[in-house]
Design a protein around this ligand. Structure first.
Ligand SMILES: [Zn+2]
Length: 433
């Protein structure tokens, strides 16, 4: 009885209500959020001064100015809406001005994050009876790691915080504790799955993998090569989630696996075109989020820099919120090569599909007119064939890209050397904000 209560009475989850009711409640929460933000955030007091202080509809939000990562970095202190003693957690994003950009969270914000990830875990089929192995870091100011831990805690499940530990260490825990779920980066979960398979381990307890940071599905909801690798090892057991430190909100896939569900009471999501205008469902643009109920650093219309689209159809899981597509790329990583516009992912998808490639990264340089792209590839077996890779890349992109062979150790040092997350895209372009 207790488990069913936790499962279906997840308090304040509007997602299962009829759409009109969700919109009614979202509108109320949006107006509360705008009032709070105008009152407490110096940045919004200043930038919204020209707008009348009256309640709005969700559509009227489009008249408000957007907030970019650059605004957040440039006027960082002005975004804080609470006195310093009310701050519970501080994290840093890389920012765009050269100095780290601070994000403040209050106790209420951390609780909100936990509630958010609890809803995501429920959507992915995790129950209070599960043990959840966390293979992401909780330190290094990584707010998502803390949010996943909070989500497990709030759900009433048991967290195993093994973090960025070795394959051997995770395998030992899986053997002894038989977790029902694992949270981690998909490329790592592929490595872990192969290691467990080679060791002949029984993994039948693991019903759910929550995949963070790397897309496993494309715009048609088909598996990416990385998703195919996961599918081969963990068939139909993985769910993708999307989040960022600034928006303090995550969108997790449900059992239908066709887009992430933003919790109805925590976020309003818009997709904007190049001119900053909202586009209809199905059209691709910049994912822009107004996170509701945030108190430390509330934001209005925050442009995430990530590219995706909205899916406005009823979901078979019974949730009636809009869904967000897999992230198709980052706006800042858009490449312009010989008149063609594309994202690094077009290259990465090809490289992911080649078994002999252990790892890779991309460097982009050049001026505003045309980008110069170079790929650095490490082979796992002694069968380096750059010419074949070059052909496969050409077939997909119609571009000839220089490919350099590096050792696995070199690739690893570059990819994992500078950040808590793997970085495979290095932007050396001039005027790169
Ligand atoms: Zn659903």
């Amino acid at each position: 009885m207790t488990i069913m209560k936790t499962y279906f009475n997840a308090k304040n989850d509007l997602s299962f209500l009829p759409r009109e009711e969700i919109i009614k409640r979202q509108t109320k929460l949006l107006n509360q959020h705008i009032r709070y933000t105008r009152e407490h955030s110096a940045y919004y007091r200043r930038t919204l001064a020209h707008l009348p202080q009256k309640d709005i509809t969700i559509e009227e939000l489009a008249a408000f100015p957007t907030t970019s990562k650059h605004d957040l970095a440039l006027y960082n202190d002005e975004f804080s809406a609470v006195p310093e003693q009310d701050v519970t957690d501080i994290c840093f994003t890389s920012g765009t001005t050269g100095k780290p950009c601070r994000i403040f969270y209050t106790k209420r914000d951390i609780d909100r994050l936990s509630y958010n990830d609890m809803l995501g875990f429920i959507a992915a089929g995790i129950t209070p009876f599960d043990k959840v192995l966390l293979t992401c870091t909780i330190d290094c100011c990584f707010i998502a790691g803390l949010a996943y831990y909070g989500g497990v805690f709030k759900l009433g499940a048991a967290a195993i915080r093994n973090g960025l530990n070795t394959l051997e260490s995770h395998a030992g825990i899986i053997r002894n504790e038989k977790p029902g779920a694992i949270v981690g980066v998909p490329s790592f979960l592929v490595k872990l799955g192969r290691y467990l398979q080679e060791g002949g381990m029984d993994c039948s307890s693991i019903r759910t993998l929550v995949c963070i940071g790397e897309p496993v599905r494309n715009r048609k909801m088909e598996l990416t090569p990385l998703g195919e690798k996961l599918q081969a090892i963990w068939p139909d057991r993985f769910y993708s989630t999307y989040a960022s430190s600034e928006i303090a909100t995550s969108f997790t896939e449900c059992s239908a696996r066709c887009g992430g569900h933003p919790p109805g009471d925590l976020a309003i999501v818009e997709i904007l075109d190049e001119q900053g205008q909202p586009v209809p469902a199905g059209q691709t643009g910049e994912v822009t989020v107004t996170p509701l109920q945030v108190t430390g650093m509330p934001l209005i219309r925050f442009r995430t820099g990530d590219i995706g689209f909205i899916i406005d159809e009823n979901c078979s899981c019974g949730r009636n919120t809009l869904r967000i597509s897999p992230i198709l790329g980052r706006k800042s990583q858009m490449l312009k090569i010989k008149g063609t516009t594309l994202f690094p992912n077009s290259f990465f998808i090809v490289l992911d599909s080649i078994d002999s490639i252990a790892d890779y990264y991309m460097e982009v340089s050049g001026s505003a007119l045309s980008d110069e792209v170079e790929l650095f590839v490490a082979f796992s077996r002694d069968c380096a064939d750059s010419a074949q890779i070059s052909e496969l890349l050409y077939a997909k992109t119609r571009l000839h890209i220089p490919i350099h062979t590096v050792s696995e150790a070199e690739a690893k040092a570059r990819i994992y050397g500078s950040s808590r997350k793997p970085v495979r895209f290095f932007d050396l372009r001039e005027n790169n904000l």
